[in-house]
Ligand binder design. Structure first.
Ligand SMILES: [Fe+2]
Ligand SMILES: [Fe+2]
Length: 385
């Protein structure tokens, strides 16, 4: 049974494997193949209630405690000042009724297959049921991403070479713990279910956890996943009419804005320093970021929702096509890349060598945007359309 599922997953993975080789960088391919095999082909994270992932980094102790990075110090002060207690800051007494039209969970255009005849045949109540399902799937992925962010923040804190970054990282670990708390509480108390982690999200997290290089963890988590999260959170916050979710996402976004800024400030200092990386190492980072861009662009397809609700009505291929061209995904991609591409440029990983690949994806239109070091939490909160 397990073999059959693995073979089926392999057969469905053609586009992924093609994308995985897009950069032509063997080191990058090697780096992502193992995680993709475990996550996408074997789906090993679904076998047990827990998954053990070996961590590759070493902790760096600094006995001099030298602190000279002003931007990081300012971020640390802001993080201490802006802590919040999820138990008391959010009004958990608010009831969430997925069938109440006055507090619609998601608008129609976010329901990914709203133009399909099988969807159009649903009753209004069944459509509300689909709002509930899609939102629950999305927030479940946010929750799993937050768990990854919590562990990545802890690893980065121990591995990063600057004391200012370690102190700041300690606040991020608290923030991410709080995000796990609020997403899990909202899902279990208000929506009544948690979906399993998406295979592609698992693949990225697996790769980040195992990499022994602290800057790769930064790149993967602070720049890419956090950028994705910011785009997704602001899109949902803007779209939902459910007040508790809106409030909660507002708090979370304010924290995430600091996290992305942390990633950009730390990596900019490091990568723009002339001797920090060899040319080969720099190319590898550029290619890795590009591969993650591809993974994040095309691979969040909610197959669990398809299997449970729509497998009888259409092929998986048709589902994928509908999801990818849906208003929700189009908006996600736009908001995410508007956040991510200026940051990639700011940290020096958008060289002339890699630019044509981003251009081919139509993503260079975002490079002139503002990077995270120039954005406030209020900017991050605003939807990007
Ligand atoms: Fe977070
Ligand atoms: Fe974060």
């Amino acid at each position: 049974m397990r073999l059959k599922k693995a073979l089926l997953n392999l057969a469905h993975s053609g586009p992924l494997l093609r994308e995985g080789m897009a950069s032509g960088n063997l080191r990058v391919l090697k780096n992502l193949l193992g995680p993709a095999f475990r996550g996408i082909i074997l789906e090993q994270m679904h076998d047990h209630p827990t998954t053990r992932i070996p961590i590759g980094n070493s902790a760096l102790f600094d006995w001099e405690y030298s602190q000279n990075k002003e931007q990081l110090q300012r971020l640390y002060e802001a993080a201490k000042r802006d802590q919040w207690n999820a138990t008391t800051a959010i009004d958990w007494a608010v009831q969430v009724d997925p069938y109440d039209p006055a507090v619609q969970l998601l608008p129609d255009e976010y329901l990914v297959i709203q133009d399909h005849p099988a969807f159009r045949a649903l009753s209004p109540r069944e459509v509300d049921g689909q709002r509930h399902v899609i939102l629950t799937w999305l927030l479940s992925q946010f929750l799993h991403g937050e768990q990854g962010a919590l562990y990545a923040a802890c690893q980065v804190t121990s591995a990063v070479p600057w004391m200012d970054a370690k102190l700041y990282g300690s606040t991020q670990a608290v923030d991410e713990g709080r995000h796990v708390e609020v997403f899990h509480r909202y899902l279990s108390e208000k929506l009544g279910r948690v979906y399993r982690i998406d295979a592609n999200l698992y693949t990225i997290i697996d790769a980040i956890m195992r990499d022994s290089r602290w800057d790769m963890k930064f790149l993967g988590m602070q720049i890419m996943i956090e950028g994705l999260a910011l785009g997704a959170f602001s899109t949902i916050r803007h779209a939902t009419r459910e007040p508790l979710l809106k409030e909660m996402l507002g708090y979370v976004i304010a924290d995430e804005a600091r996290h992305v800024q942390f990633g950009v400030v730390a990596l900019k200092d490091w990568y723009l320093q002339a001797d920090s990386l060899s040319e080969r190492e720099r190319r590898e980072r550029e290619d890795w970021v590009f591969e993650l861009t591809l993974l994040m662009r095309n691979r969040f397809l909610a197959h669990e929702v398809y299997d449970e609700h729509w497998a009888h009505a259409m092929s998986r291929k048709e589902w994928d096509r509908l999801v990818l061209s849906s208003g929700l995904m189009t908006l996600f991609r736009r908001t995410m890349f508007k956040r991510i591409i200026p940051n990639i440029r700011k940290i020096g990983l958008l060289s002339d060598r890699i630019r044509p690949r981003y251009a081919a994806l139509g993503l260079l239109q975002y490079e002139g945007g503002r990077d995270a070091t120039t954005l406030t939490a209020a900017d991050m909160m605003a939807p990007v359309f």
